[in-house]
Design a protein around this ligand. Structure first.
Ligand code: FAD
Length: 271
């Protein structure tokens, strides 16, 4: 399908992007375009103005910052997957983004775009949730930080203000573990996926596609904290979830997958 007509502006800086977002027209940021453009082609999104931030190279970086790794929102999956600092300080994230889509998707898609899009089948929000990542957003009234868990508003919805630009994602150093996903075909979106992460002495588990947003598997974490082994803890993986039923599987099948993948992910992460 052909998108509805729209105006286009290329932002020259983050401040310019914020100014354009506040210009009175219904505006959307364009980063890698791999989620927004398909929605526009289906006419599920009809912005009047596209503000292209895709060329803001100062939003593409991976840096050490105290006990965190700071990642520019426009950093592409391919660059994250191959970044030496991220591979050393947070290998679980570097590995997980290396399994997103196909090479073309990984060369265009940005980590910030994935977080801002908030698709429950996306991989980056889940792994960042397990890592307790922090987001940095800038808007007309300045900069603010918020935990990723507070940024999820609902299906394809976040707590970011429409006039804000997500500029940075901060993950604690030392995040190890695994991200396991089940797909019907290689390179498909996850039917269900599980992140099992060890960071700061904690084990955290988060789930993809088990509800309208990425979810922490609170029952599993509670069981592990009380001394349960991975197999027993994983039995609680579907607690508090509301997985969809679709052509990839029924909600019951997804609950089963969540338990199986959680056990396997925990066994690998804790080995
Ligand atoms: P865009 O499409 O440009 O933007 C998405 C939304 O985020 C828009 O609403 C936009 O306004 C907003 N936005 C973007 N950047 C910012 C910012 N800095 N601040 C505030 N708002 C912002 N994803 C997976 O996780 N796993 C997969 O297996 C997978 N497979 C895919 C397969 C295909 C064929 C395609 C086309 C996509 C796939 N994706 C997958 C999605 C891909 O990861 C997207 O690139 C990503 O979800 C969005 O990033 P983007 O940079 O393309 O964002």
């Amino acid at each position: 399908m052909i998108p509805a007509s729209f105006d286009y502006e290329a932002a020259e800086s983050v401040d310019h992007a914020i100014e354009l977002l506040g210009s009175g027209r219904e505006a959307k940021l364009l980063a890698g375009g791999h989620s927004l453009l398909p929605l526009m082609r289906l006419r599920l999104a009809r912005p009047e103005l596209l503000v292209d931030i895709g060329r803001l190279s100062d939003l593409s970086y991976v840096r050490e910052d105290g006990d965190a790794v700071a990642i520019g929102a426009l950093t592409r999956y391919h660059d994250l997957e191959n970044d030496e600092l991220l591979r050393t300080e947070c290998p679980v994230l570097a590995d997980a983004v290396g399994g997103i889509g196909d090479p073309q998707v990984r060369h265009r898609g940005t980590i910030g775009g994935s977080v801002a899009h908030c698709d429950p089948a996306s991989d980056a929000p889940t792994i960042l949730l397990a890592l307790d990542a922090e987001l940095v957003a800038r808007g007309p009234s300045g900069e603010r930080r918020l935990p990723i868990a507070e940024s999820f508003g609902g299906f394809l919805t976040t707590a970011l203000d429409p006039a804000e630009v997500l500029t940075e994602i901060r993950v604690p150093k030392g995040g190890t573990g695994t991200y396991m996903k089940s797909t019907r075909r290689s390179q498909d979106w996850a039917t269900v996926a599980v992140a099992a992460v060890r960071a700061n002495g904690d084990v955290r588990v988060a789930l993809t596609n088990m509800g309208p947003i990425a979810l922490r598997a609170a029952g599993v974490e509670e069981a592990l904290a009380s001394g349960a082994d991975p197999a027993a803890a994983a039995e609680r993986a579907a607690e508090g979830t509301s997985p969809p039923s679709d052509h990839n599987g029924s909600s019951e099948y997804r609950e089963h997958l969540a338990r199986v993948l959680t056990r396997r992910a925990l066994e690998e992460a804790l080995a």
